[in-house]
Design a binder for this molecule. Structure first.
Ligand code: F6R
Length: 602
Protein backbone atom coordinates (compact mmCIF):
# COMPACT_ATOMS: atom_id res chain seq x y z
CA UNK A 1 0.00 0.00 0.00
CA UNK A 2 1.56 3.27 -1.11
CA UNK A 3 0.39 6.88 -1.24
CA UNK A 4 0.19 9.11 -4.30
CA UNK A 5 -0.19 12.87 -4.69
CA UNK A 6 -0.24 14.96 -7.87
CA UNK A 7 -0.76 18.65 -8.62
CA UNK A 8 -0.99 20.80 -11.72
CA UNK A 9 -1.13 24.57 -11.28
CA UNK A 10 0.83 27.70 -10.34
CA UNK A 11 1.33 27.14 -6.57
CA UNK A 12 4.48 25.97 -4.77
CA UNK A 13 4.38 22.32 -5.80
CA UNK A 14 6.98 20.98 -3.44
CA UNK A 15 4.93 22.01 -0.41
CA UNK A 16 1.69 20.62 -1.82
CA UNK A 17 3.35 17.28 -2.53
CA UNK A 18 5.21 17.00 0.76
CA UNK A 19 2.23 18.06 2.87
CA UNK A 20 0.03 15.67 0.91
CA UNK A 21 2.45 12.79 1.33
CA UNK A 22 2.62 13.53 5.04
CA UNK A 23 -1.11 12.85 5.22
CA UNK A 24 -0.57 9.56 3.40
CA UNK A 25 2.42 8.40 5.38
CA UNK A 26 0.15 5.96 7.22
CA UNK A 27 -0.07 4.08 3.90
CA UNK A 28 3.67 3.43 3.79
CA UNK A 29 6.85 5.17 4.74
CA UNK A 30 9.91 3.21 3.70
CA UNK A 31 10.86 5.79 1.09
CA UNK A 32 9.37 8.77 -0.70
CA UNK A 33 9.99 10.90 -3.77
CA UNK A 34 8.71 13.76 -5.91
CA UNK A 35 9.14 14.86 -9.54
CA UNK A 36 8.28 18.31 -10.91
CA UNK A 37 8.31 19.61 -14.48
CA UNK A 38 8.25 23.37 -14.69
CA UNK A 39 8.85 24.95 -18.08
CA UNK A 40 11.68 22.93 -19.53
CA UNK A 41 13.09 22.03 -16.14
CA UNK A 42 12.62 18.62 -14.61
CA UNK A 43 13.52 18.02 -10.98
CA UNK A 44 13.40 14.81 -9.03
CA UNK A 45 14.20 13.99 -5.40
CA UNK A 46 14.02 10.70 -3.52
CA UNK A 47 14.90 9.65 0.01
CA UNK A 48 14.79 6.41 1.94
CA UNK A 49 12.93 6.33 5.26
CA UNK A 50 10.36 8.71 6.63
CA UNK A 51 9.19 11.80 4.82
CA UNK A 52 11.29 14.10 6.95
CA UNK A 53 14.33 12.81 5.04
CA UNK A 54 12.81 13.97 1.77
CA UNK A 55 11.90 17.32 3.34
CA UNK A 56 15.50 17.74 4.39
CA UNK A 57 16.75 16.86 0.91
CA UNK A 58 14.46 19.36 -0.81
CA UNK A 59 14.80 22.21 1.66
CA UNK A 60 16.58 24.52 -0.78
CA UNK A 61 14.37 23.68 -3.73
CA UNK A 62 11.42 25.90 -4.72
CA UNK A 63 8.85 25.28 -7.43
CA UNK A 64 6.51 28.29 -7.74
CA UNK A 65 5.01 29.11 -11.13
CA UNK A 66 2.92 26.88 -13.45
CA UNK A 67 4.05 23.28 -13.56
CA UNK A 68 3.12 19.64 -13.14
CA UNK A 69 4.16 17.45 -10.24
CA UNK A 70 3.78 13.97 -8.75
CA UNK A 71 4.82 12.45 -5.42
CA UNK A 72 4.81 9.09 -3.74
CA UNK A 73 5.31 7.47 -0.36
CA UNK A 74 6.21 3.82 -0.62
CA UNK A 75 5.35 0.57 1.10
CA UNK A 76 7.65 -1.93 -0.55
CA UNK A 77 6.16 -4.91 -2.33
CA UNK A 78 8.76 -5.60 -5.04
CA UNK A 79 12.32 -4.72 -4.17
CA UNK A 80 13.90 -3.38 -1.01
CA UNK A 81 13.33 0.15 0.28
CA UNK A 82 16.26 1.83 -1.48
CA UNK A 83 16.47 5.12 -3.39
CA UNK A 84 16.60 3.23 -6.67
CA UNK A 85 13.38 1.42 -5.83
CA UNK A 86 11.67 4.59 -4.57
CA UNK A 87 9.16 6.30 -6.84
CA UNK A 88 8.91 8.37 -9.06
CA UNK A 89 10.55 6.02 -11.55
CA UNK A 90 12.34 7.55 -14.47
CA UNK A 91 12.39 6.45 -18.07
CA UNK A 92 14.45 8.53 -20.51
CA UNK A 93 12.22 11.61 -20.22
CA UNK A 94 9.17 10.64 -18.14
CA UNK A 95 8.35 9.90 -14.51
CA UNK A 96 5.77 7.61 -12.99
CA UNK A 97 4.32 6.93 -9.53
CA UNK A 98 2.23 3.86 -8.83
CA UNK A 99 0.27 2.21 -6.05
CA UNK A 100 -0.72 -1.44 -6.50
CA UNK A 101 0.92 -4.43 -8.13
CA UNK A 102 1.41 -4.97 -11.85
CA UNK A 103 0.81 -8.69 -12.05
CA UNK A 104 2.31 -9.22 -15.49
CA UNK A 105 5.36 -7.02 -14.89
CA UNK A 106 7.84 -9.84 -15.37
CA UNK A 107 6.51 -10.62 -18.81
CA UNK A 108 6.49 -6.91 -19.73
CA UNK A 109 9.94 -6.39 -18.31
CA UNK A 110 11.34 -9.29 -20.34
CA UNK A 111 9.79 -7.92 -23.50
CA UNK A 112 11.22 -4.44 -22.88
CA UNK A 113 14.65 -5.80 -21.96
CA UNK A 114 14.73 -7.76 -25.21
CA UNK A 115 14.12 -4.45 -26.98
CA UNK A 116 17.16 -2.97 -25.24
CA UNK A 117 15.59 -1.18 -22.25
CA UNK A 118 17.74 -1.11 -19.12
CA UNK A 119 15.95 -1.35 -15.78
CA UNK A 120 17.41 0.44 -12.77
CA UNK A 121 15.12 -0.84 -10.05
CA UNK A 122 13.63 -4.15 -8.92
CA UNK A 123 10.10 -2.76 -8.94
CA UNK A 124 7.10 -3.71 -11.02
CA UNK A 125 6.38 0.02 -11.43
CA UNK A 126 9.35 0.77 -13.63
CA UNK A 127 7.76 -1.25 -16.46
CA UNK A 128 5.00 1.39 -16.67
CA UNK A 129 7.28 4.26 -17.60
CA UNK A 130 9.33 2.22 -20.09
CA UNK A 131 6.20 0.87 -21.72
CA UNK A 132 4.87 4.41 -22.15
CA UNK A 133 8.13 5.60 -23.69
CA UNK A 134 8.30 2.57 -25.98
CA UNK A 135 4.95 3.52 -27.54
CA UNK A 136 5.81 7.20 -27.63
CA UNK A 137 9.15 6.44 -29.31
CA UNK A 138 7.27 4.37 -31.88
CA UNK A 139 5.55 7.63 -32.96
CA UNK A 140 2.34 7.65 -30.92
CA UNK A 141 1.23 10.98 -29.45
CA UNK A 142 1.69 11.11 -25.63
CA UNK A 143 -1.92 10.29 -24.75
CA UNK A 144 -2.14 7.53 -27.37
CA UNK A 145 1.07 6.05 -25.97
CA UNK A 146 -0.40 6.24 -22.45
CA UNK A 147 -3.60 4.58 -23.61
CA UNK A 148 -1.65 1.76 -25.28
CA UNK A 149 0.38 1.33 -22.12
CA UNK A 150 -2.74 1.09 -19.92
CA UNK A 151 -4.14 -1.62 -22.19
CA UNK A 152 -1.10 -3.78 -21.45
CA UNK A 153 -1.26 -3.55 -17.66
CA UNK A 154 -2.72 -6.39 -15.60
CA UNK A 155 -3.25 -6.23 -11.86
CA UNK A 156 -3.95 -3.33 -9.56
CA UNK A 157 -2.79 0.19 -10.16
CA UNK A 158 -3.36 3.82 -9.43
CA UNK A 159 -0.74 5.63 -11.44
CA UNK A 160 0.30 9.14 -12.48
CA UNK A 161 2.75 9.85 -15.26
CA UNK A 162 4.43 13.06 -16.35
CA UNK A 163 6.69 13.45 -19.36
CA UNK A 164 8.83 16.08 -21.03
CA UNK A 165 6.98 15.11 -24.20
CA UNK A 166 3.88 16.86 -22.77
CA UNK A 167 5.14 19.24 -20.07
CA UNK A 168 1.68 20.71 -19.35
CA UNK A 169 -0.14 17.39 -18.81
CA UNK A 170 -0.58 14.77 -16.07
CA UNK A 171 -1.70 11.33 -17.25
CA UNK A 172 -3.60 9.10 -14.84
CA UNK A 173 -5.10 5.59 -14.67
CA UNK A 174 -6.87 3.64 -11.96
CA UNK A 175 -7.74 -0.03 -11.53
CA UNK A 176 -8.12 -1.71 -8.17
CA UNK A 177 -6.11 0.81 -6.13
CA UNK A 178 -7.69 4.04 -4.90
CA UNK A 179 -7.28 7.46 -6.53
CA UNK A 180 -9.30 10.64 -6.66
CA UNK A 181 -9.11 13.96 -8.48
CA UNK A 182 -9.58 17.22 -6.56
CA UNK A 183 -10.58 20.53 -8.13
CA UNK A 184 -10.05 24.15 -7.15
CA UNK A 185 -10.94 26.23 -10.22
CA UNK A 186 -8.25 25.53 -12.83
CA UNK A 187 -5.97 23.79 -10.35
CA UNK A 188 -6.19 20.02 -10.26
CA UNK A 189 -4.99 17.60 -7.57
CA UNK A 190 -4.62 13.82 -7.43
CA UNK A 191 -4.40 11.73 -4.28
CA UNK A 192 -4.88 8.22 -2.89
CA UNK A 193 -7.42 9.51 -0.37
CA UNK A 194 -9.15 12.74 0.67
CA UNK A 195 -6.78 13.94 3.36
CA UNK A 196 -3.98 15.44 1.20
CA UNK A 197 -6.42 17.71 -0.60
CA UNK A 198 -8.66 18.79 2.27
CA UNK A 199 -8.28 22.56 2.63
CA UNK A 200 -6.93 22.86 -0.92
CA UNK A 201 -9.59 21.49 -3.26
CA UNK A 202 -13.32 22.00 -2.82
CA UNK A 203 -14.73 19.47 -5.29
CA UNK A 204 -13.70 15.87 -5.80
CA UNK A 205 -14.20 12.99 -8.22
CA UNK A 206 -13.46 9.43 -7.03
CA UNK A 207 -12.07 7.50 -9.99
CA UNK A 208 -13.67 4.16 -10.81
CA UNK A 209 -11.78 1.01 -11.83
CA UNK A 210 -10.86 1.05 -15.50
CA UNK A 211 -10.85 4.86 -15.77
CA UNK A 212 -7.88 6.77 -17.12
CA UNK A 213 -7.18 10.05 -18.88
CA UNK A 214 -5.22 13.29 -18.68
CA UNK A 215 -5.46 16.79 -17.32
CA UNK A 216 -4.38 19.78 -19.36
CA UNK A 217 -5.23 23.51 -19.19
CA UNK A 218 -7.29 22.96 -16.05
CA UNK A 219 -9.54 20.41 -17.76
CA UNK A 220 -9.74 16.71 -16.96
CA UNK A 221 -10.38 14.36 -19.88
CA UNK A 222 -11.75 11.10 -18.52
CA UNK A 223 -11.94 7.83 -20.47
CA UNK A 224 -12.93 4.22 -19.95
CA UNK A 225 -13.28 1.22 -22.27
CA UNK A 226 -16.03 3.08 -24.16
CA UNK A 227 -14.09 6.28 -24.88
CA UNK A 228 -14.27 9.78 -23.34
CA UNK A 229 -16.98 10.28 -20.74
CA UNK A 230 -18.62 13.01 -18.70
CA UNK A 231 -18.33 12.89 -14.92
CA UNK A 232 -19.87 14.56 -11.92
CA UNK A 233 -17.79 15.98 -9.08
CA UNK A 234 -19.00 16.21 -5.49
CA UNK A 235 -18.16 18.53 -2.60
CA UNK A 236 -15.16 17.46 -0.54
CA UNK A 237 -15.67 16.71 3.17
CA UNK A 238 -13.60 18.89 5.45
CA UNK A 239 -12.74 16.70 8.47
CA UNK A 240 -9.22 15.25 8.20
CA UNK A 241 -9.36 12.75 11.05
CA UNK A 242 -12.57 11.37 9.62
CA UNK A 243 -11.06 11.24 6.14
CA UNK A 244 -8.03 9.19 7.27
CA UNK A 245 -10.35 6.57 8.62
CA UNK A 246 -12.17 6.74 5.32
CA UNK A 247 -15.55 7.07 7.02
CA UNK A 248 -15.05 4.26 9.55
CA UNK A 249 -15.24 4.97 13.27
CA UNK A 250 -11.96 3.24 14.08
CA UNK A 251 -8.85 2.11 12.24
CA UNK A 252 -9.57 -1.43 13.42
CA UNK A 253 -12.98 -1.29 11.80
CA UNK A 254 -11.49 0.05 8.57
CA UNK A 255 -8.87 -2.70 8.64
CA UNK A 256 -11.51 -5.42 9.11
CA UNK A 257 -13.35 -4.09 6.08
CA UNK A 258 -10.09 -3.88 4.08
CA UNK A 259 -9.34 -7.57 4.49
CA UNK A 260 -11.15 -8.69 1.39
CA UNK A 261 -9.16 -6.26 -0.78
CA UNK A 262 -5.72 -6.76 0.79
CA UNK A 263 -6.11 -10.51 0.49
CA UNK A 264 -6.28 -9.95 -3.26
CA UNK A 265 -3.00 -8.04 -3.04
CA UNK A 266 -1.39 -10.78 -0.96
CA UNK A 267 -2.25 -13.34 -3.64
CA UNK A 268 -1.44 -11.18 -6.64
CA UNK A 269 1.21 -12.70 -8.86
CA UNK A 270 1.62 -15.58 -6.39
CA UNK A 271 -1.54 -17.60 -6.79
CA UNK A 272 -1.84 -18.65 -10.41
CA UNK A 273 -4.50 -20.92 -11.82
CA UNK A 274 -2.65 -24.17 -11.26
CA UNK A 275 0.44 -23.18 -9.38
CA UNK A 276 1.80 -21.15 -6.48
CA UNK A 277 4.70 -18.90 -7.43
CA UNK A 278 6.86 -17.43 -4.69
CA UNK A 279 9.57 -15.35 -6.36
CA UNK A 280 11.14 -14.76 -2.96
CA UNK A 281 12.31 -18.40 -2.75
CA UNK A 282 15.08 -19.87 -4.89
CA UNK A 283 14.23 -23.07 -6.72
CA UNK A 284 16.41 -25.09 -4.32
CA UNK A 285 15.25 -23.34 -1.14
CA UNK A 286 13.61 -26.46 0.30
CA UNK A 287 16.40 -28.84 -0.68
CA UNK A 288 17.54 -30.76 2.39
CA UNK A 289 14.64 -29.41 4.48
CA UNK A 290 12.60 -32.11 6.21
CA UNK A 291 10.86 -30.13 8.93
CA UNK A 292 9.61 -26.64 9.73
CA UNK A 293 9.74 -24.85 13.06
CA UNK A 294 7.75 -21.63 13.44
CA UNK A 295 8.31 -19.06 16.17
CA UNK A 296 6.09 -16.04 16.80
CA UNK A 297 4.15 -14.12 19.46
CA UNK A 298 0.49 -13.25 20.05
CA UNK A 299 -1.68 -13.09 16.99
CA UNK A 300 1.23 -14.10 14.75
CA UNK A 301 1.60 -17.22 16.90
CA UNK A 302 -2.02 -18.06 16.14
CA UNK A 303 -1.43 -17.86 12.41
CA UNK A 304 1.58 -20.14 12.96
CA UNK A 305 -0.58 -22.70 14.79
CA UNK A 306 -3.01 -22.68 11.90
CA UNK A 307 -0.13 -23.20 9.50
CA UNK A 308 1.12 -26.27 11.36
CA UNK A 309 -2.10 -28.11 10.44
CA UNK A 310 -1.71 -27.02 6.82
CA UNK A 311 1.96 -27.96 6.46
CA UNK A 312 1.41 -31.45 7.80
CA UNK A 313 -1.88 -32.10 6.04
CA UNK A 314 -1.14 -30.56 2.65
CA UNK A 315 2.63 -30.64 2.28
CA UNK A 316 3.30 -33.72 4.43
CA UNK A 317 6.15 -31.97 6.16
CA UNK A 318 6.63 -32.02 9.93
CA UNK A 319 5.89 -28.66 11.52
CA UNK A 320 6.00 -27.50 15.09
CA UNK A 321 5.26 -24.11 16.53
CA UNK A 322 6.63 -22.32 19.56
CA UNK A 323 5.95 -19.08 21.35
CA UNK A 324 9.14 -17.09 20.81
CA UNK A 325 9.57 -16.06 24.46
CA UNK A 326 9.40 -19.73 25.52
CA UNK A 327 11.67 -20.99 22.77
CA UNK A 328 14.44 -18.59 23.75
CA UNK A 329 15.10 -20.08 27.14
CA UNK A 330 14.41 -23.77 26.69
CA UNK A 331 17.76 -24.87 25.20
CA UNK A 332 15.96 -26.21 22.15
CA UNK A 333 17.37 -29.06 20.09
CA UNK A 334 17.77 -27.80 16.55
CA UNK A 335 18.88 -29.65 13.46
CA UNK A 336 19.98 -28.34 10.10
CA UNK A 337 17.27 -30.04 8.12
CA UNK A 338 14.73 -27.73 9.79
CA UNK A 339 13.60 -24.49 8.19
CA UNK A 340 13.18 -21.81 10.85
CA UNK A 341 10.21 -19.59 10.12
CA UNK A 342 9.39 -16.42 12.03
CA UNK A 343 6.10 -14.59 11.69
CA UNK A 344 5.69 -10.98 12.66
CA UNK A 345 3.44 -8.13 11.63
CA UNK A 346 5.90 -5.44 12.70
CA UNK A 347 9.15 -7.30 12.12
CA UNK A 348 10.46 -5.76 15.35
CA UNK A 349 9.12 -8.02 18.11
CA UNK A 350 12.08 -8.55 20.44
CA UNK A 351 11.36 -12.16 21.42
CA UNK A 352 10.78 -13.28 17.83
CA UNK A 353 13.92 -11.50 16.66
CA UNK A 354 16.03 -13.14 19.39
CA UNK A 355 14.59 -16.57 18.58
CA UNK A 356 15.60 -16.01 14.96
CA UNK A 357 19.13 -15.03 15.95
CA UNK A 358 19.41 -18.19 18.06
CA UNK A 359 18.30 -20.37 15.18
CA UNK A 360 20.78 -18.67 12.88
CA UNK A 361 23.59 -19.24 15.34
CA UNK A 362 22.62 -22.93 15.31
CA UNK A 363 23.06 -22.88 11.51
CA UNK A 364 19.39 -23.15 10.48
CA UNK A 365 18.06 -21.73 7.24
CA UNK A 366 15.54 -18.97 7.99
CA UNK A 367 12.46 -17.46 6.40
CA UNK A 368 10.33 -14.64 7.77
CA UNK A 369 6.75 -13.79 7.00
CA UNK A 370 6.33 -10.14 7.71
CA UNK A 371 4.33 -7.05 6.88
CA UNK A 372 7.21 -4.56 7.05
CA UNK A 373 10.01 -4.77 4.54
CA UNK A 374 13.46 -3.91 5.82
CA UNK A 375 12.35 -4.47 9.42
CA UNK A 376 14.86 -6.12 11.77
CA UNK A 377 13.35 -9.60 11.36
CA UNK A 378 13.30 -9.32 7.55
CA UNK A 379 16.91 -8.14 7.48
CA UNK A 380 18.01 -10.90 9.82
CA UNK A 381 16.32 -13.70 7.82
CA UNK A 382 17.80 -15.51 4.82
CA UNK A 383 14.70 -14.57 2.92
CA UNK A 384 11.28 -13.05 3.55
CA UNK A 385 7.79 -13.19 2.16
CA UNK A 386 5.88 -9.94 2.67
CA UNK A 387 2.25 -10.16 3.60
CA UNK A 388 1.26 -6.92 1.77
CA UNK A 389 -1.46 -5.99 4.28
CA UNK A 390 -0.53 -2.30 4.23
CA UNK A 391 0.05 -0.45 7.47
CA UNK A 392 -2.07 -1.69 10.33
CA UNK A 393 -2.92 1.10 12.74
CA UNK A 394 -5.35 -0.56 15.12
CA UNK A 395 -3.35 -2.11 17.95
CA UNK A 396 -5.51 -5.25 17.78
CA UNK A 397 -4.26 -7.02 14.70
CA UNK A 398 -6.82 -8.05 12.09
CA UNK A 399 -5.70 -7.79 8.47
CA UNK A 400 -2.12 -8.71 9.42
CA UNK A 401 -3.40 -12.01 10.84
CA UNK A 402 -5.54 -12.65 7.77
CA UNK A 403 -2.68 -12.05 5.34
CA UNK A 404 -0.16 -14.02 7.42
CA UNK A 405 -2.49 -16.99 7.39
CA UNK A 406 -2.98 -16.63 3.66
CA UNK A 407 0.79 -16.51 3.01
CA UNK A 408 1.26 -19.59 5.18
CA UNK A 409 -1.47 -21.43 3.31
CA UNK A 410 0.28 -20.51 0.04
CA UNK A 411 3.60 -21.64 1.48
CA UNK A 412 2.13 -25.00 2.51
CA UNK A 413 0.89 -25.52 -1.04
CA UNK A 414 4.23 -24.34 -2.43
CA UNK A 415 6.13 -26.87 -0.30
CA UNK A 416 3.73 -29.62 -1.39
CA UNK A 417 4.35 -28.53 -4.96
CA UNK A 418 8.17 -28.51 -4.85
CA UNK A 419 8.39 -31.66 -2.75
CA UNK A 420 5.74 -33.31 -4.92
CA UNK A 421 3.79 -34.39 -1.86
CA UNK A 422 0.57 -32.66 -2.93
CA UNK A 423 -1.37 -34.23 -5.81
CA UNK A 424 -2.07 -31.77 -8.66
CA UNK A 425 -5.81 -32.29 -8.29
CA UNK A 426 -5.76 -31.32 -4.63
CA UNK A 427 -3.50 -28.34 -5.37
CA UNK A 428 -6.04 -27.12 -7.89
CA UNK A 429 -8.88 -27.48 -5.36
CA UNK A 430 -6.91 -25.54 -2.77
CA UNK A 431 -6.12 -22.78 -5.26
CA UNK A 432 -9.77 -22.52 -6.27
CA UNK A 433 -10.70 -22.14 -2.61
CA UNK A 434 -7.98 -19.52 -2.15
CA UNK A 435 -9.36 -17.46 -4.98
CA UNK A 436 -12.81 -17.56 -3.35
CA UNK A 437 -11.46 -16.21 -0.06
CA UNK A 438 -11.73 -12.45 -0.75
CA UNK A 439 -15.47 -12.88 -1.25
CA UNK A 440 -15.86 -14.62 2.10
CA UNK A 441 -14.12 -11.68 3.77
CA UNK A 442 -16.56 -9.05 2.56
CA UNK A 443 -18.38 -7.46 5.50
CA UNK A 444 -22.03 -7.10 4.61
CA UNK A 445 -24.30 -4.52 6.25
CA UNK A 446 -26.52 -7.35 7.52
CA UNK A 447 -23.65 -9.16 9.20
CA UNK A 448 -22.32 -6.03 10.88
CA UNK A 449 -25.81 -5.00 12.03
CA UNK A 450 -26.41 -8.49 13.43
CA UNK A 451 -23.19 -8.45 15.46
CA UNK A 452 -23.95 -4.95 16.67
CA UNK A 453 -27.33 -6.23 17.92
CA UNK A 454 -25.87 -9.38 19.47
CA UNK A 455 -23.07 -7.55 21.24
CA UNK A 456 -25.41 -6.03 23.84
CA UNK A 457 -26.00 -9.49 25.31
CA UNK A 458 -22.31 -10.11 25.93
CA UNK A 459 -21.16 -7.25 28.11
CA UNK A 460 -21.07 -9.08 31.43
CA UNK A 461 -20.79 -12.69 32.64
CA UNK A 462 -17.77 -14.41 34.12
CA UNK A 463 -16.00 -15.18 30.92
CA UNK A 464 -15.96 -16.33 27.34
CA UNK A 465 -14.78 -19.62 25.87
CA UNK A 466 -14.11 -19.59 22.14
CA UNK A 467 -14.02 -23.19 21.04
CA UNK A 468 -13.10 -24.94 17.81
CA UNK A 469 -11.30 -27.99 16.46
CA UNK A 470 -8.40 -28.39 14.04
CA UNK A 471 -7.59 -25.05 12.34
CA UNK A 472 -10.60 -23.59 14.12
CA UNK A 473 -8.82 -24.07 17.42
CA UNK A 474 -6.13 -21.43 16.61
CA UNK A 475 -8.96 -19.29 15.27
CA UNK A 476 -10.71 -19.70 18.64
CA UNK A 477 -7.50 -18.58 20.35
CA UNK A 478 -7.33 -15.56 18.08
CA UNK A 479 -11.02 -14.71 18.58
CA UNK A 480 -10.54 -14.81 22.35
CA UNK A 481 -7.38 -12.69 22.15
CA UNK A 482 -9.16 -10.05 20.06
CA UNK A 483 -12.00 -9.88 22.54
CA UNK A 484 -9.84 -9.59 25.65
CA UNK A 485 -7.54 -7.00 24.06
CA UNK A 486 -10.25 -4.48 23.32
CA UNK A 487 -13.11 -5.36 25.69
CA UNK A 488 -11.00 -6.19 28.79
CA UNK A 489 -13.36 -9.13 29.40
CA UNK A 490 -11.87 -12.50 30.24
CA UNK A 491 -11.83 -14.80 27.23
CA UNK A 492 -10.09 -18.07 26.48
CA UNK A 493 -9.65 -20.07 23.32
CA UNK A 494 -9.90 -23.81 23.80
CA UNK A 495 -9.89 -26.96 21.69
CA UNK A 496 -13.55 -27.98 21.76
CA UNK A 497 -12.72 -31.61 22.60
CA UNK A 498 -10.75 -30.55 25.69
CA UNK A 499 -13.59 -28.73 27.47
CA UNK A 500 -14.74 -31.89 29.23
CA UNK A 501 -11.28 -32.40 30.68
CA UNK A 502 -11.66 -29.53 33.11
CA UNK A 503 -13.03 -26.19 31.89
CA UNK A 504 -16.59 -27.53 31.65
CA UNK A 505 -16.65 -27.13 35.45
CA UNK A 506 -17.09 -23.40 34.79
CA UNK A 507 -20.23 -23.88 32.72
CA UNK A 508 -23.35 -22.00 33.81
CA UNK A 509 -25.63 -19.41 32.22
CA UNK A 510 -23.04 -16.69 32.75
CA UNK A 511 -20.35 -18.57 30.81
CA UNK A 512 -20.48 -17.46 27.21
CA UNK A 513 -19.37 -19.99 24.63
CA UNK A 514 -18.56 -18.81 21.13
CA UNK A 515 -18.64 -22.04 19.13
CA UNK A 516 -16.94 -22.21 15.74
CA UNK A 517 -18.90 -24.92 13.91
CA UNK A 518 -17.75 -25.24 10.31
CA UNK A 519 -19.63 -27.54 8.01
CA UNK A 520 -16.50 -28.82 6.28
CA UNK A 521 -14.51 -29.87 9.31
CA UNK A 522 -15.53 -32.25 12.11
CA UNK A 523 -19.03 -30.77 12.36
CA UNK A 524 -20.53 -33.68 14.28
CA UNK A 525 -17.66 -33.79 16.73
CA UNK A 526 -17.87 -30.13 17.65
CA UNK A 527 -21.66 -30.34 17.77
CA UNK A 528 -21.38 -32.96 20.52
CA UNK A 529 -18.90 -30.79 22.41
CA UNK A 530 -21.30 -27.84 22.26
CA UNK A 531 -24.22 -30.02 23.33
CA UNK A 532 -22.26 -31.01 26.43
CA UNK A 533 -21.86 -27.35 27.32
CA UNK A 534 -25.48 -26.53 26.56
CA UNK A 535 -26.58 -29.36 28.86
CA UNK A 536 -24.74 -27.54 31.67
CA UNK A 537 -26.65 -24.34 30.87
CA UNK A 538 -23.77 -22.44 29.26
CA UNK A 539 -24.93 -19.62 26.97
CA UNK A 540 -24.05 -20.60 23.42
CA UNK A 541 -23.39 -18.32 20.48
CA UNK A 542 -22.90 -20.60 17.48
CA UNK A 543 -21.15 -19.47 14.32
CA UNK A 544 -21.95 -21.91 11.54
CA UNK A 545 -23.47 -22.29 8.10
CA UNK A 546 -25.79 -24.96 9.59
CA UNK A 547 -28.65 -23.97 11.90
CA UNK A 548 -28.13 -25.30 15.41
CA UNK A 549 -31.15 -25.74 17.68
CA UNK A 550 -29.37 -25.49 20.99
CA UNK A 551 -27.78 -22.12 20.25
CA UNK A 552 -28.97 -19.17 22.31
CA UNK A 553 -27.60 -16.94 19.56
CA UNK A 554 -26.72 -17.94 16.05
CA UNK A 555 -24.63 -16.24 13.36
CA UNK A 556 -25.13 -18.01 10.07
CA UNK A 557 -22.13 -17.95 7.76
CA UNK A 558 -22.53 -18.05 3.98
CA UNK A 559 -19.59 -19.91 2.55
CA UNK A 560 -19.12 -23.57 3.33
CA UNK A 561 -17.20 -25.02 0.43
CA UNK A 562 -13.76 -25.36 2.02
CA UNK A 563 -12.40 -25.24 5.60
CA UNK A 564 -10.11 -22.28 4.91
CA UNK A 565 -12.89 -20.27 3.32
CA UNK A 566 -15.02 -21.01 6.38
CA UNK A 567 -12.05 -20.09 8.57
CA UNK A 568 -11.71 -16.63 7.04
CA UNK A 569 -15.43 -15.90 7.14
CA UNK A 570 -15.64 -16.92 10.81
CA UNK A 571 -12.56 -14.83 11.54
CA UNK A 572 -14.43 -11.72 10.38
CA UNK A 573 -17.39 -12.62 12.62
CA UNK A 574 -15.18 -12.90 15.71
CA UNK A 575 -13.39 -9.63 14.89
CA UNK A 576 -16.65 -7.71 14.47
CA UNK A 577 -18.08 -9.22 17.65
CA UNK A 578 -15.04 -8.05 19.63
CA UNK A 579 -15.24 -4.61 18.03
CA UNK A 580 -18.93 -4.12 18.80
CA UNK A 581 -18.58 -5.31 22.41
CA UNK A 582 -15.67 -2.92 22.91
CA UNK A 583 -17.63 -0.01 21.44
CA UNK A 584 -20.58 -0.68 23.72
CA UNK A 585 -18.26 -0.78 26.72
CA UNK A 586 -16.91 2.63 25.73
CA UNK A 587 -13.31 1.45 25.30
CA UNK A 588 -10.64 2.92 23.07
CA UNK A 589 -10.80 0.39 20.23
CA UNK A 590 -7.67 1.50 18.40
CA UNK A 591 -5.48 2.05 21.43
CA UNK A 592 -6.55 -0.39 24.13
CA UNK A 593 -5.09 0.08 27.59
CA UNK A 594 -1.67 -1.38 28.43
CA UNK A 595 -0.86 -2.46 24.86
CA UNK A 596 1.55 -1.28 22.18
CA UNK A 597 1.57 -1.93 18.46
CA UNK A 598 5.14 -3.08 18.37
CA UNK A 599 6.66 -4.91 21.34
CA UNK A 600 10.38 -4.23 21.11
CA UNK A 601 11.18 -5.23 24.68
CA UNK A 602 11.53 -8.70 26.05
C1 F6R B 1 -2.68 -8.82 18.96
C2 F6R B 1 -1.38 -8.44 18.47
C3 F6R B 1 -0.19 -9.00 19.15
C4 F6R B 1 0.95 -9.23 18.17
C5 F6R B 1 2.23 -9.64 18.89
C6 F6R B 1 3.35 -9.95 17.92
O1 F6R B 1 -3.71 -8.19 18.28
O2 F6R B 1 -1.26 -7.67 17.54
O3 F6R B 1 -0.48 -10.16 19.84
O4 F6R B 1 0.57 -10.22 17.26
O5 F6R B 1 2.63 -8.61 19.75
O6 F6R B 1 3.59 -8.86 17.10
P1 F6R B 1 4.25 -9.01 15.68
O7 F6R B 1 3.32 -9.74 14.81
O8 F6R B 1 4.48 -7.59 15.22
O9 F6R B 1 5.54 -9.75 15.87
Amino acid sequence: MCGIVGYIGPKEKKEILLDGLQELEYRGYDSAGIAVIQGEKLNNFKAVGKLKNLREKTKNYTSKGFGISIGHTRWATHGKPTELNAHPHLGAYSYVVHNGIIENYQELKKELQQEGVTFLSQTDTETIVHLFEKYHNEGFAPFEAFQKMVERLEGAYATLLITEAAPDTIFFAKNGSPMLIGFDGEEVYFASSDTPIIGRANEVYYLEDGEYGYVQNGKVHLFDGNGEKAFQTQPLIADKAMAQKEGYRFFMEKEIYEQSRVMGETMMGRVLEEEIVLDELNADFFEGINAIKICACGTSYHSALTAAYLFERLAKIRCDVEIASEFRYKDPLLSNDTLFVTISQSGETADTLEALKMAKRAGLKSLSICNVDNSSIVRESDTAILTRAGIEKGVASTKAFATQTMVLWMLALYVGQVKQTLPQELLKEEIDAMLRTPKALVVTDELHAKLHRLSKRYLHGHGFFFIGRDIFYPLALEGALKLKEISYLHAEGYPAGEMKHGPIALADAELFTIALMPKTMHYDKIKSNVEELSARDATICAISPLPFDLADDFVQTQYSSHPMVEFFEMMVVTQLLALEISVRLGNDVDMPRNLAKSVTVE
